[in-house]
Write a protein that binds this ligand. Structure first.
Ligand SMILES: Cc1cc2nc3c(=O)[nH]c(=O)nc-3n(C[C@H](O)[C@H](O)[C@H](O)COP(=O)(O)OP(=O)(O)OC[C@H]3O[C@@H](n4cnc5c(N)ncnc54)[C@H](O)[C@@H]3O)c2cc1C
Length: 448
């Protein structure tokens, strides 16, 4: 590739990079997109289970994810509402109960505690701007307090605390003592609220894409043709005169502007000249969450016949939360769920043992019918060298208040995209798309 020159090089062919490239090309710019992997989509990835095409990474379209919904329509893919008929299962404090609706079957004390906490979080998030959380009046104090400390002060019962921890892990894939209240409230403010994030109907898990979310990444990438270069890790970006030199394992590319479209932790692995001390340190202090996504197939969705929706949450099971992921015709029964936070670290690198542990946990919840799956697949995102964890980068306590502005501040002619940089829906595909468009607009203004 030596000597190749483009107006803009986009590094990363996830949804952020693909959205940036699309907007730049629509404005008539010569764009090249480089990705380290042999496929597009980044944290969105295609898989196969029992003959069905599935998503091993991001899959749900949430309420308010308008860009993503519009993209699905444009690509000719319909949205399938998440299956929610029947009772959910909740297991907290060693007791499993069935329930419907939003109110979990826990003790009156735990319920009152959860009600108070949800109300209090909604109050607190009002003081944290979704796009500039570091500007909130109590930014430093909130950034110095971990979610675990706040939880202990606000939730008196063990069941209430256990339920809160399960939900926090499911949302961020970190433990409550690894994240500050500022980062947590920012995530809530940028994504609706805690209930939206943990809900199916009218929440972040509202619908899936027929044919798979990854089909939308391929749809965005298709017009790029030969300007998309896969298997091309970028190792360094340096300013030389008025040009940027993008070093890859397949040679150099030159450009007037670069958009680096990936999580800060991954961007931090690219050697940068010029160099931003704040961006560099942010990259070191915004590690990825820990998650293994698991899918299990059965000959039929047998739980439906038991009046169950397939939605399960447990404070002790390896595999939680879980949802029904069966095709619309119910021709085969698929369950999808997560091993997250500290549990994901515990089970990473142990594929056979974790498969057994997952099936055992399903047998405990659903009975012996769960003992005989016809297929199984999981994706350990911690072990993925081009993600190094998921769903998203989570700033450590004390980071967002000090280094937050470096998320989006361009570094010379280098601009930043990626869901972590989004002003709304950060952590989600919707945020990735908007971040790419925002970075493209910055570049277009700079090149005008
Ligand atoms: C298990 C899981 C479940 C999820 N569930 C959902 C969901 O249901 N709904 C939802 O909206 N979101 C979900 N997400 C989150 C969603 O997938 C991400 O927010 C989104 O895909 C991020 O897109 P991105 O473009 O910002 O980053 P990425 O997708 O990470 O793209 C970055 C790209 O940069 C490339 N790259 C990295 N380093 C280099 C380098 N040095 N050189 C060249 N290329 C490089 C990577 O290969 C990658 O393709 C989930 C994620 C996971 C993993």
């Amino acid at each position: 590739m030596d000597g190749v020159e483009r107006d803009v090089v986009v590094v990363g062919a996830g949804f952020a990079g693909l959205a940036a490239a699309r907007r730049l090309r629509e404005a008539g710019k010569r764009v090249r997109v480089l990705d380290a992997r042999d496929r597009v989509g980044g944290r969105v990835m295609r898989g196969n289970l029992a003959g069905q095409t599935i998503d091993l990474g991001g899959q749900w379209v949430g309420m308010g994810h308008d860009r993503l919904s519009a993209l699905a329509v444009e690509a000719g893919c319909s949205l399938k509402p998440q299956y929610v008929q029947g009772d959910k299962l909740l297991s907290v404090g060693g007791r499993q109960k069935r329930y419907q609706g939003l109110i979990p079957p826990v003790s009156p004390g735990a319920l009152a505690g959860m009600g108070w906490v949800l109300w209090r979080l909604r109050q607190l998030q009002r003081g944290v701007p979704g796009h500039t959380p570091w500007e909130s009046t109590k930014a430093e104090a909130l950034d110095a307090c971990t979610v675990a400390r706040w939880r202990d002060r606000n939730l008196p019962t063990a069941d209430g605390r256990a339920l809160f921890d399960v939900a926090t892990r499911a949302v961020l894939c970190v433990e409550p003592d690894q994240v500050s209240m500022l980062a947590f409230l920012h995530y809530l403010a940028a994504n609706g609220d805690f209930e939206t994030l943990t809900s199916t109907v009218e929440g972040a898990q509202a619908a899936t894409v027929e044919g798979g979310m990854h089909a939308l990444a391929r749809y965005l990438a298709e017009p790029l043709g030969a300007e998309l270069r896969l298997d091309t890790p970028v190792t360094a970006i340096s300013q030389q005169g008025t040009r940027l030199v993008i070093q890859t394992t397949a040679g150099d590319v030159h450009a007037r502007r670069v958009i680096v479209a990936m999580a800060p932790a991954m961007a931090g692995r690219i050697a940068m000249t010029p160099f931003s001390a704040e961006r560099e340190q942010l990259a070191q202090r915004m590690p990825m969450g820990s998650v293994i996504k698991v899918q299990v197939a059965y000959a039929q969705p047998f739980w439906r016949a038991q009046g169950l929706s397939g939605e399960m949450v447990s404070d002790t099971a390896v595999f939680s939360p879980v949802f029904d992921n069966s095709p619309a015709d119910g021709s085969v029964g698929l369950l999808v769920g997560f091993i997250d936070g500290a549990e994901a670290l515990r089970w990473s690198g142990r594929p056979e043992e974790r498969r057994r542990a997952v099936i055992e946990s399903l047998v405990q919840s659903l009975g012996e019918a769960a003992a005989q799956p016809i297929d199984y697949v999981d994706q350990d995102w911690i072990a993925d060298p081009w993600s190094r964890g998921c769903y998203t980068g989570v700033p450590t306590p004390g980071t967002l208040s000090r280094l937050g502005p470096a998320l989006r501040a361009p570094c010379g002619a280098v601009h930043w995209a990626g869901t972590e940089t989004a002003e709304a829906w950060c952590g989600y595909i919707e945020g990735a798309l908007s971040s790419g468009e925002r970075a493209a607009d910055e570049v277009l203004e700079a090149l005008a």
